[in-house]
Design a protein around this ligand. Structure first.
Ligand code: PBG
Length: 364
C-alpha cells in the first residue's frame, strides 16, 4: 500500500478537515496558507517511530534531554552544635547538619561533581527582627566561611530570607499583622551583604518582597561586591509543597500564611511579570519554584528570558516520591530520574533538588 500524507488542519477550521495527497508530495506550504495551526502526519507504514527505540544504544543516540550533575544544586540545612546530623522525618536521607558535618557533606557533594549547594540556616535564637539573618557571625555566615575554606571550588549559594530567623516565622517585618514590604528590604540587603562578606558565590533571595533584587544589587555594589550574582526566586508560589521544608528549617509561620507575598498558583502571566521585573532590577538568574507543578512556567521562562533558568524541586515533591517508593508503589531511582528529566525538558538549566547526590551517583 502506498503511504499518504494526511494533513490535518486544526484551530479555526471546521473540525476534522482532512486533505490526503499522494505520498512524497510535500504540501506543508499549501496548507500553511489556509491555517495558522497544522498537524502534519505521514501515515504508517512509511513511518515507524519504534525504529529509533530498538535498543538502549539507539535510544541514547537520539535522546533530546540530558542530565549532568553540574546542573544540580543540593539544598542543605545548617544547625548549631557540633557533630550533629539530625535526620528530617519528612525528608528521608536529609539532615540538619552542624557546620563540621556540613563541611564533610560538601566534600562529598564536590566529589560527585554536583554544581553547588544552597545553604539554609537554623539559628539557635529567633526574634522579631530576624537579627540572625544578617549577623556577621550568624549560622549561615559561619557556614559559608567554613565551606569556602575547606572545600574550595564548590559553588556556595545562600538563600536570602527571614522566615528561619523570625520568631513568628514570616519572611519579613510584621506591621499591622502583615509583612511590611519596604521595611523588610533593608534586612534582605543586609543579609545578602553579610553572605557576600562571608564569601558566598551567589545570593538567592526567596522572600518575594517587591524591589528586593534592586535593594540587594544596590547594597552589594556599594560595598564592592559588584561581581556577586543574584539568583532570584522570581516566580515563587504560595505552595503546599513546602510543608516538609518548614519542618526541616523550623520556619512554619506562627499565624496566617504566606499568600500576601508568595504567588497565587493560578497565575502564569503574573509569574512572567515577576521575572521581567526581577531582570530589570538586576537579577542574573531566575528561578521557578516549585518545579513539577509549574513545568509550563519553566518552559515559558526559558523561551522568554536570556538568562539561566533554575527550577526548585521542593521538599514536598521529593517527599511524595520518597513516600511512594517506601510504600513499594514506585521505583525510587526511576521516579527520581524521570522527575528530573521532566524538569530539564521543560527548560530548566539548573535544578535545585534533594536528589542531587543520588542522581549524580546514578549518572556516574
Ligand atoms: C524560605 C524558603 C522556603 C523554601 C525555600 N526557601 C519555604 C517557604 O517559603 O516557606 C522551600 C523549599 C522547599 O520546600 O524545599 N522562604
Amino acid at each position: 500500500m502506498m503511504g499518504a500524507i494526511r494533513v490535518v488542519i486544526a484551530g479555526g477550521h471546521p473540525a476534522g478537515a482532512v486533505f490526503s495527497l499522494a505520498a512524497g508530495r510535500y504540501c506543508e506550504r499549501a496548507v500553511l496558507a489556509r491555517s495558522d495551526t497544522i498537524i502534519v502526519t505521514m501515515a504508517f507504514p512509511i513511518h515507524r517511530k519504534r525504529r529509533l527505540r530498538v535498543s538502549e544504544s539507539m535510544r541514547r543516540f537520539v535522546r533530546e534531554t540530558h542530565l549532568e550533575p553540574s546542573q544540580f544544586l543540593l539544598p542543605l540545612f545548617i544547625c548549631p552544635g557540633e557533630g550533629v546530623r539530625r535526620e528530617i522525618g519528612s525528608m528521608p536521607g536529609n539532615c540538619q547538619l552542624s557546620i563540621d558535618e556540613l563541611v564533610k557533606e560538601c566534600e562529598t557533594v564536590r566529589s560527585l561533581g554536583i554544581g553547588g549547594v544552597m545553604l539554609f540556616g537554623i539559628p539557635d535564637h529567633k526574634d522579631e527582627l530576624a537579627s540572625g539573618a544578617y549577623a556577621a557571625d550568624g549560622i549561615v555566615q559561619r557556614a559559608v566561611r567554613a565551606v569556602k575554606r575547606a572545600v574550595p571550588g564548590l559553588l556556595v549559594i545562600t538563600d536570602v530570607c527571614n522566615c528561619e530567623y523570625t520568631s513568628h516565622g514570616h519572611c519579613g517585618k510584621i506591621v499591622d499583622g502583615d509583612v511590611d514590604n519596604d521595611a523588610t528590604l533593608a534586612w534582605l540587603a543586609e543579609s545578602a551583604l553579610s553572605h557576600a562578606c562571608a564569601g558566598a558565590d551567589i545570593v538567592a533571595p526567596s522572600d518575594m518582597m517587591d524591589g528586593r533584587v534592586a535593594a540587594i544589587r544596590k547594597c552589594l555594589d556599594e560595598h564592592g561586591f559588584h561581581k556577586v550574582p543574584i539568583f532570584s526566586y522570581a516566580a515563587k508560589f504560595a505552595s503546599v509543597f513546602y510543608g516538609p521544608f518548614r519542618e526541616a528549617a523550623e520556619s512554619a509561620p506562627q499565624f496566617g500564611d504566606r499568600r500576601s507575598y508568595q504567588m497565587d498558583p493560578a497565575n502564569a502571566r503574573e509569574a512572567m511579570h515577576e521575572m521581567e521585573l526581577d531582570l530589570e532590577e538586576g537579577a542574573d538568574m531566575l528561578m521557578v519554584k516549585p518545579a513539577m507543578p509549574y513545568l509550563d512556567l519553566i518552559r515559558q521562562a526559558k523561551d522568554r528570558f536570556p538568562v539561566p533558568i533554575g527550577a526548585y524541586q521542593v521538599s514536598g515533591e521529593f517527599s511524595m516520591i520518597m513516600a511512594a517508593a517506601r510504600n513499594g508503589w514506585l521505583d525510587l531511582d526511576r521516579a527520581m530520574m524521570e522527575s528530573l528529566t521532566s524538569i530539564r525538558r521543560a527548560g530548566a538549566d539548573i535544578i535545585l533538588t534533594y536528589f542531587a547526590k543520588d542522581a549524580a551517583r546514578a549518572l556516574a
